[in-house]
Design a protein around this ligand. Structure first.
Ligand code: ADP
Ligand code: MG
Length: 399
């Protein structure tokens, strides 16, 4: 995959109006942003463009206003947070096209930053209406996309604009694309994938794609139960999609044909009730799960064996926790495997890339956030990429 970055622009951007798509869809509680990770992620791009002399015009969506103005979802709500993170003043522009934008941009000096109103207030955004995109493009000379998390949507601000203006990946997008490419695009073999989480049904396409791409597919979490059941294991009252055992079987057969080894747990942590440190907690072989027990985590012997698999690999891609990690002690397998992956990464033996909402939380819980190669917070876009899909926002940047 080849795409242009900010390095492909002239150093001096004075006089250039840069339309910059960012992710400012911040999690909110009682009108306050609860996490500024997304702002921190795009700050380097914003500051670099401004410092190189461009007029920076930020484009972002916020919430789901469904193509109508909605005062509760105005980007003016997050303006203060962005200003605090980048330590610059930002002009709020309450439109996205037309004379108000043109006049506001005229007032901005070189190196100043403005933010346009929520892209999704206009139906042309999600419809990827070329007229709408053209009207936005009138106030820009270049387009920079720094919002990988929105790249799985073909919207005017994520895809349409890239076709109308010279288009560049911002620094966060560049980092994300390079990390993803190192994990699955052109990875160093052998490659291991860890797929966990609750259900097979939400990750069928991920499992199918990975079984064709990687040498070791480690399946944990609730979804492992469906695979175990497909192998004739009695999983008791575990979370299990019995209607998908044929599908699980087909994935195992396909993996076999593609030279991919599937690793399922052979010991497990079970309990009769799903609670923290329940009295019925025990560890057993997968063939010894009782009718009234649930599998809630991968067992310690399997975790050790999986760690040995990782030691033979050069690349790891990880989505989904190995157990019900929110409830102790069912976090132990996830934490132990995460620590092994982090140690191998720190030793220079492994490139490790992880993503997914609960996975980000699980790896943070394991304390390895800064010790793996890359953690994607992109959610839906990360999963679609793991499914092997082309992301329209990324494809539009490809030179
Ligand atoms: P991600 O958001 O990283 O893609 P998922 O949403 O697919 O991950 O799965 C995360 C959820 O899976 C967690 O809430 C976790 O508690 C649950 N889970 C993992 N293992 C089990 C299990 N054995 N039984 C029930 N739930 C599980
Ligand atoms: Mg999830």
């Amino acid at each position: 995959m080849s795409f242009k970055t900010l390095d492909d622009l002239p150093q001096d951007l004075t006089g250039q109006r840069a339309l910059v798509r960012v992710d400012l869809n911040l999690p909110m509680k009682d009108g306050q942003a609860t996490d500024l990770t997304r702002v921190t992620a795009v700050a380097p791009t914003i500051l670099e463009l401004a410092d190189r002399g461009a007029k920076v015009l930020l484009l972002a969506h916020f919430g789901r206003p469904k193509g109508e103005r909605n005062s509760t979802m105005s980007l003016s709500y997050v303006l203060g947070d962005v200003e605090r993170v980048i330590e610059r003043e930002i002009m709020f522009i309450p439109e996205i096209t037309g004379p108000v934008v043109e006049q506001s941009v005229g007032i901005l000096s070189d190196g100043d930053i403005g933010i346009l109103e929520n892209t999704r207030f206009w139906p042309g955004e999600e419809a990827n209406d070329p007229e709408f995109a053209r009207a936005i493009a009138e106030n820009g000379d270049i387009y920079v996309n720094d919002a990988f998390s929105a790249a799985h949507r073909a919207h005017a601000s994520t895809e349409g604009l890239a076709k109308l203006l010279p288009a560049y990946a911002g620094r966060a997008m560049e980092k994300e694309l390079k990390a993803l490419d190192a994990a699955l695009g052109t990875p160093n073999p052998p490659v291991a994938a860890v797929v966990g989480g609750a259900k097979v049904s939400t990750k069928l396409a991920v499992l199918e794609n990975l079984s064709r791409q990687v040498q070791h597919l480690i399946i944990g979490g609730g979804m492992a139960n469906t695979f175990l059941a497909a192998n004739g294991v009695n999983v008791g009252k575990s979370l299990c999609e019995h209607d998908l055992t044929d599908t699980a079987r087909a994935i195992m057969d396909a993996a076999d044909g593609a030279g991919c080894t599937i690793h399922l747990p052979y010991d497990v942590v079970v309990a009769k009730e799903f609670a923290a440190n329940p009295p019925s907690l025990r560890t057993c072989n997968v063939h010894e799960v009782a009718e009234d027990e649930m599998i809630l985590d991968v067992g310690p012997q399997a975790v050790e064996a999986l760690g040995d698999v990782l030691k033979t690999c050069a690349t790891l891609v990880w989505n989904g926790p190995m157990g019900a990690f929110e409830t102790p002690p069912f976090d132990e397998a996830t934490v132990a495997l995460a620590k092994t992956a982090a140690a191998l990464t720190q030793a220079g033996a492994l490139t490790s890339v992880a993503g997914g909402g609960d996975t980000v939380a699980a790896l943070a819980h394991a304390g390895v956030t800064d010790d793996v190669t890359y953690i994607s917070t992109a959610g839906g876009a990360f999963l679609e990429w793991m499914e092997g899909k082309e992301l329209p926002g990324v494809a539009a940047l490809s030179a």
